[in-house]
Design a protein around this ligand. Structure first.
Ligand code: ACO
Length: 323
């Protein structure tokens, strides 16, 4: 059975870190409020002229180095983003060009904060089907460009960044001992599209627009949907929560992560938390968190990792991977 095995990981954060106190100088907020409600202490913000593609390319190069590969070895790029450089072409093709790749296929996936789980699921299916052999799966965002910096209810929550995985199709035994992607599960429910959205777009307003959110509604659905899709994903392969070594969640908000861990029945010290340092980087948050936990030695080869996310749409999903 073909498995999509992780061969490399890399990430990139813009140089500029913005603290809660920095934000308190521009909107009516405080470090105390932001830390208590979200767990966020700082976020990174892209420099003027630094685009989602730039962040994605830096993360992709780091992942290729980590894998000991070059762009010539890759024949698929799936890039998750809701903040593309342009309406079209896909930012993935700009990344492809920057890496000097003229072969293979590159495209974007748009599922907001669930984007990375969606991209991973799509790339896994393509590798398993034999459509490609080695894929770069990237989550990259510059949410700072779609924030209303006068709205304290949203601008304190998000940050910019990128993370990337190199996946390679390898023959496995077809058992749960195989390394690679073991299961993915995706959901969406468009009835909730107005709870978290951007109030502009090429076909509606001909503008880019700003992020709008009903925070409490999102919170309520996030905890229920995430805990349920985590359980569903484990059930697909007959695993139990105690067989999971690390949960690597989309980093939206520490309170969501704590409530989800409790509902799912996993101890908080098995949950990788980076929202304090990165804020919510949407599709980039899972690979950024994975990279932190791999580099600091927590995630080791052979560990079982459960990734989960929920975002605008609503979309939500989970991916179970043996590292
Ligand atoms: N600083 C100070 N006060 C604030 C701020 C701020 N940055 N933002 C809101 N407030 C005020 C509000 O105006 C309100 O004041 P009022 O009582 O005088 O009207 C008060 O704080 C409480 O506001 P609520 O919105 O009820 O606060 P809540 O406890 O729900 O926290 C939050 C808001 C943090 C957004 C929360 O709802 C939440 O975490 N929601 C999940 C949203 C999320 O994480 N979205 C990310 C994208 S989706 C995803 O990734 C899953």
């Amino acid at each position: 059975m073909r498995r999509s095995v992780v061969r490399g990981i890399g990430s990139y954060l813009p140089a500029k870190a913005v603290t809660n106190n920095d934000l308190a100088a521009i909107v009516d907020t405080s470090d105390e409020w932001i830390v208590e409600r979200t767990g966020i202490r700082q976020r990174h913000i892209a420099a003027e002229g630094e685009t989602t593609c730039d962040l994605a390319v830096a993360a992709a190069r780091a992942a290729l180095d980590n894998a000991g590969m070059s762009a010539a070895d890759i024949d698929l790029i799936v890039l998750a983003t809701s903040t593309p450089d342009n309406t079209f072409p896909a930012t993935a093709t700009s990344v492809q060009a920057a890496l000097g790749m003229t072969h293979g296929a590159a495209f974007d996936v748009q599922a907001v904060c669930s984007g990375f789980v969606y991209a991973l699921s799509v790339a896994d299916a393509m590798l398993k089907a034999g459509t490609a052999e080695r894929a770069l799966v990237i989550g990259a965002e510059t949410f700072s460009r779609i924030l209303d910096w006068s709205d304290r209810t949203t601008c304190v929550l998000f940050g910019d960044g990128a993370g990337a995985l190199v996946l390679e199709a390898q023959e496995g035994e077809g058992t749960l001992d195989d390394r690679g992607v073991l299961a993915t599960k995706l959901h969406s429910d468009g009835r909730y599209k107005d709870k978290l959205y951007v109030d502009g777009g090429p076909s509606s307003t001909k503008t880019v627009g700003y992020l709008r959110m009903e925070g409490r509604e999102v919170f309520k659905h996030a905890v229920v949907n995430i805990a349920s899709v985590m359980a569903e994903t484990l059930e697909m392969v007959g695993m139990s929560a105690d067989q999971v070594d690390w949960v690597v969640p989309h980093q939206a908000n520490k309170r969501i992560l704590d409530s989800t861990a409790k509902r799912f029945g996993i101890s908080e010290d098995k949950v990788v938390l980076t929202v304090d340092r990165h804020g919510n980087t949407s599709a980039a948050s899972i690979p950024l968190a994975l990279d932190v936990a791999v580099k600091d030695g927590r995630i080791k080869k052979g560990d079982v990792i459960l990734m989960e996310a929920m975002g605008g749409g609503f979309t939500w999903g989970a991916a179970l991977v043996r590292w």
